[in-house]
Write a protein that binds this ligand. Structure first.
Ligand code: BV8
Length: 230
């Protein structure tokens, strides 16, 4: 087996204390997605949206990676073939755990973007509506996050990876949001074996040939030990 492609979602960060989207008490329980994770919501109430991401940026700053994140670092370091990690998460727990290659297809809390000139820079801990872009000075700073209705990042590269994956693993995602939820079908179409890691089978669960149910902090270390034969 030469290439493993892994997609992670909020579930891998749950045991690090970061809220998921759809579990009871999850992020969306406090807010409607249309209000805080769409360009229209940002236009309508930029203070609410900036506050939503400032809060998550602060939570993410103090969160620590768990054994699930660390198992993927071990796999990336010791697997003889290629490991490609794509995350839907906007936290930096994969990086904190020591992952070398992380593709944030939905952006990252650590990034700021200018809505006027598309300049990108490291986000300050607290962003406010009307913050100036350091490049063009327009009062157009926004979180570098992919909202609903916006195109996720690196899609071409991601589909190239899915085209020659031997194994596709999805970890801690409910399979509700596209195009990420469609990756398993793309991988299968290209002949990859597919495995889902979740607390319980997700919406797209039936599409996976295998599944490992339980907390990722337990299921991922066991899986990596099997793959590495140790
Ligand atoms: C686009 C950043 C087009 C923001 C996010 C109708 C049909 C199909 C599609 C659509 C449709 N209507 C609209 C669409 C498109 C839309 C979409 O899919 N909507 C859904 C709701 C139907 N998608 C988009 O808009 C995307 N863009 O389509 O662009 C386009 C084309 C051309 C040109 C321009 C545009 C963009 C979507 C990106 C939105 N941004 N994140 C932020 O973070 O604030 S989405 C956000 O929610 C996450 O990033 C993630 O992707 C998504 C789902 O979250 P999950 O990670 O899955 O978390 P969730 O809570 O749902 O699940 C957690 C799972 O973990 C659970 O299964 C749980 O059991 C498990 N778990 C919990 N604890 C553990 C665990 N597992 C293991 N161990 C544990 N301990």
């Amino acid at each position: 087996m030469k290439k493993i492609v892994i997609l992670t979602g909020a579930g891998i960060s749950a045991e690090s204390g970061l809220g998921t989207f759809r579990d009871e008490g999850g992020l969306w329980a406090q807010h409607r997605v249309e209000d805080v994770a769409t360009p229209e919501g940002f236009q309508r109430n930029p203070e609410l949206v900036m506050d939503f991401y400032n809060t998550r940026r602060a939570q993410s700053a103090t969160a620590l990676p768990n054994a699930g994140h660390k198992a993927l670092v071990r796999l990336e370091a010791d697997f003889a073939g290629e490991v490609v990690l794509i995350t839907q998460n906007v936290d930096d727990l994969h990086e904190k755990a020591g992952m070398k290659r992380v593709m944030h297809m939905h952006g990252a809390l650590s990034g700021a973007l200018c809505a006027a000139c598309e300049h990108r820079w490291p986000a300050p801990m607290i962003m406010a509506p009307g913050d100036a872009c350091p490049a063009c000075k327009a009062p157009a700073a926004r979180p570098d996050i992919v909202w609903f209705g916006e195109m996720p990042y690196d899609m071409d590269i991601i589909y190239d990876h899915l085209a020659d994956a031997d194994l596709f693993a999805s970890v801690g995602t409910s399979g509700n949001v596209y195009p990420a939820a469609g990756f398993v079908s793309e991988a299968r179409r290209n002949g990859a074996r597919t495995v889902e890691f979740n607390l319980e089978a997700s919406a797209a669960g039936a599409l996976f040939q295998d599944r490992r149910l339980g907390p990722a902090s337990e299921t991922l270390p066991a899986w990596v030990s099997e793959l590495l034969g140790a």
